[in-house]
Design a binder for this molecule. Structure first.
Ligand code: KMH
Ligand code: ZN
Length: 281
């Protein structure tokens, strides 16, 4: 008899920092819109929402008050795990990027290297990476390590060796950013082959690679991130009417492959995160 397949965690990256309303008019910006989109994603099967901040005019902001308002709007509607971005937008300085960690979200991202990002550069110097890791430890926030390129995985291993990150980690392979590692199944397989026992992984394929990467992760026992941050189309030429449609599509693919969806409660256990209801600070 075959062993039961590991349930699939779906992360919804609903807003990002670089995508605009011009690219996709359904992009959520106000707390109400963010809360509603997180609720829809949870209903379609997502157990984590990855969040960036936005000013009311849609420009990126990592302001603590923006994150607090988003967080409360989400918690009023769903118990989904809330993961803050510490990447922010290309060009933001470090303190701006990480100020909202003081709210003690359950999870936050940690990119372990610098990378070309389209025509810009997403800068993460090693001392800055250490500072983010130390802030995550200080506020007891679970890291999700963002890997855009192979060397970032080596740096993550180094942080674990140094004790800056403790225990098995959760890694998100972000593949297909122009200038970074491309979205190929062979790249996923190689990166995953390097992960120590007990580490978990997901894939976020950028642009037209999103759903193909999701399919491969489902087949290989990994987890999946989708959403407008990474891709604005449901299929070729058809804009998604929100990240929830992409979550629904991944849930359908998982069902076809015989993989059940992970429920939020079990994702908290797997990732060792504690539910946050009222952010401190
Ligand atoms: N906006 C990108 C430059 C993260 O959320 O931690 C960085 C990013 C990574 O999206
Ligand atoms: Zn992000």
């Amino acid at each position: 008899m075959n062993a039961p397949l590991t349930p699939l965690m779906i992360t919804a990256a609903i807003n990002g920092a670089e995508v605009t309303r011009h690219d996709n008019p359904t992009l959520p910006i106000t707390p109400e819109e963010v809360g509603e989109e997180a609720r829809r994603c949870a209903e379609e099967g997502a157990c984590i929402v990855h969040l960036h901040g936005r000013n009311p005019d849609g420009t990126p902001s990592q302001d603590v008050d923006v994150f607090r308002d988003y967080f409360e709007a989400i918690r009023d509607r769903t118990d989904i795990i809330v993961q803050f971005s510490t990447g922010g937008a290309v060009g933001m300085d470090l303190e701006e990027r990480i100020a909202a960690l003081a709210l003690r979200p359950e999870m936050a991202t940690l990119t372990t290297g610098s990378v070309n990002f389209g025509d810009g550069v997403f800068v993460n110097r090693v001392p800055e990476i250490r500072e983010i890791a130390s802030r995550l430890t200080q506020f007891e926030v679970r890291a999700e390590i963002e890997v855009f390129d192979l060397g970032m995985l080596d740096t993550a291993f180094r942080l674990v060796d140094e004790g800056a990150l403790r225990g098995p980690q959760h890694v998100n392979l972000v593949l297909g950013v122009p200038g970074a590692m491309s979205a190929r199944t062979s790249h996923v397989d190689y990166l995953v082959s390097l992960l120590p026992a007990g580490w978990t992984w997901s894939v976020a394929g950028i642009g037209r690679h999103e759903l193909a990467m999701a399919r491969h992760a489902i087949e290989q026992g990994g987890h999946v991130r989708v959403g407008l941050e990474d891709n604005i189309f449901l299929r070729r030429g058809e804009l998604a009417d929100g990240s929830h449609s992409l979550v629904r599509e991944v849930a359908r693919m998982a069902s076809e492959a015989g993989r059940p969806l992970m429920v939020v409660h079990d994702a908290r256990i797997l990732l060792r995160v504690q539910e946050t209801r009222f952010p401190a600070g």
